[in-house]
Design a protein around this ligand. Sequence first.
Ligand code: 3H9
Length: 736
Amino acid sequence: MIFNCLFNLFRHNFDPVRSPGGPFKKEGKIDMNSLVSMRRDGEIVVITVDNPPVNALSPGVPEGIAAAIAEVAADETIRGAVLIGAGQTFIAGADIREFGKITSGQRREGIDFLGVIRSIEDCPKPTVAAIHGTAFGGGLEVAMGFHYRVAVPSAQLGQPEVKLGLIPGAAGTQRLPRLAGVELATRMCAEGNPIPASEALTAGIIDRIIEGDLLQGAIDFLHERLAEGGATHKTRERDEKLGDEVANKAIFDAARTQARKAARGQMAPLAAIEAIEAATLRSFDDGVAREAELFRECLHSDQSKSLIHVFFGEREVARIPDVPKDTPQLEIRRAAIVGAGTMGGGIAMNYANAGIPVIIRETTREALERGMATIRRNYENSVRRGRFSAEVMEKRLSLITPQLDYDGFEEADIITEAVFEGMELKKTIFGELDQIARPGAILASNTSTLNIDEIAAATSRPDFVIGHHYFSPANVMRLLEIVRGTKTNRQVIATSMALARRLKKVGVLVGNCYGFVGNRMLHEYGREAQFLVEEGARPQDVDGALYNFGMAMGPLAVGDLAGLDVGWRIRKEHAHLLVPGERQPMIADALCEMGRYGQKTGAGWYRYDADRRAIPDPEVEALIERLSTGAGIARRSFTPEEIIERTQYALINEGAKILEEGIALRAVDIDIIYLNGYGYPSWRGGPMWYADTIGLRKVYDRVCEFHDHHGVHWTPAPLLRQLAEEGKSFADYRRP
Ligand code: 3H9
């Protein structure tokens, strides 16, 4: 059944005459259907796609375009056509929601994209695609079927399918190299990043940049072509840019090496390269057939389903049931930060990058100068890597005012505290801020674990206190965990979510508990990694298994990077919360007692060479063996699968508790946190989605086995048990 749908998706025999609805006239324009219309402009017609918000190729759009083109071909009084998108954009691609319907078998009829585009290309009269906003994915593929393309200077063109675990599936891998050449097409399809109109012009993807009115410019361009004889260039018949085998081999080899590094573990980038390689080695039709096979493999993969889940998840997290979109927001024009350490400096850079002036305060001149020097060094590195100019750097630096006092804090619309993770210190600072800040200013804490209500209680305005938990390095990591206190005002939440977008972050709202969502789960994950080491796995076995699973780094190596002393200090502060008799890991504290804090001291779980490469250390292995044997722990070796189950299921079990308690609004919120803050592989969709792909029954059964074997810290989450018994998934779950 599914195969049939996909077969339909790629069949070549599209018949526009049979497209649904049939055209009808309305006020001088002909509606091909409700999504595509056509109007006369003298001897030419303008075809408009109007499918808000992004003119995706939902069912009806391709059919409508093809029906309009059929009309152009058949009507002797029409000499050519322009296609344009209504609203903010040209066509941003296939309708991503349709893919899930196909793979789940919900939709039987596929859209014949290939046939539609071929019918456009075969139109005997010249056609022009007029591009503004984005021509992405299927949108660019449709445009490449037109005989000419023009665009406004701000337009972006791209084949971003790999970001959804797919490859172009409407002959994009076959037409793009014919227009842009093999190297650029390979880069665009394998990496998925868009290019601006100027680059598209140089590469030959578009024929002209239109300054001013796009539609008029496109109509003028069409008239010029008609005056020259009205040639109809078919992209599929061009081969002058397909290169030679030797040069192409070097391009594909380099692209494969890059894809294996930059998109480790992902199949789509390699499939995209293979499809373009087919374009260079086979006929157009055979290349299209190979593209279709590869597209189908990608479409049905767990990787694509996961990445599509991530695409919609990143948008879903912005929806907060009791903070509707129209909640009034506070204006953020000026910011201030307490603390110029690693976090404070990174946060200040975020504000400056967004053009918001920010004051940064430290208590000693030495710490302030050190903080500013780090900020400058980070910016200089970006300039060196060509990310922006020295002028931009100076502009951003000029927005950051370093100082030793609270002068000017009374004018700030938001003040973020980013000091040492200690409750007493934070309470003192919030007490001071309460005296200084103007009424209506947001007071945010960058705490990574502490009780936001207790911090808020140190002020007379707990409704204006909120957690803004940034991730290190704060100027790079996309996640902002926004922690809602019991009394936090809805306007403060709405403003924080909007601010996250302005700072180019993904804001995820979470509830208040120790460690919130991310670090509370991390605690279980990191602890299990250490237990595995105590039970006989070597640090490199644990880190290696998780790296191969797709994590950016293994948990022990992350500890070394972040500094083992950070966790050590937090554990000491919270020692009173430990449950007597519950097993606690021993090794990290022992390493700290030896002065092995991680990379910063040249040694932690590993030894580090001058290039910061981790080297397994026999001294650590001896320490582990001595302490674990001394504690009576039986030691054995572990397979990578066991390591993954123990660590991932620890994350998932805690995630289920967090979900049931309402600390996270939805399972997808947890996924987005892990993907953007903890180096979780996007193609696995996040820990909760990963659990769904395994099946909650299996996860629950293993958690029960671990509980029997390892004790109370593996107590199964009631929600995990409930969903497993009901045969449901985390994605289905909505809190009553
Ligand atoms: C493809 O084309 C395959 C082909 O080769 C054909 C194969 C046969 N479909 O991001 P925003 C929704 S694969 C459905 O917030 P922005 C989005 O969910 C596709 N819905 O706006 C959101 O909904 P809501 C290749 C889509 O201005 C709303 O539109 N194309 C699609 O920040 C606004 O989106 C892509 O991968 C879609 N294609 O950014 C492009 N696109 O309001 C993916 C968006 O309910 N899209 N929506 O939350 C984007 O990159 C950005 O959305 C875009 C606009 C840059 C276009």
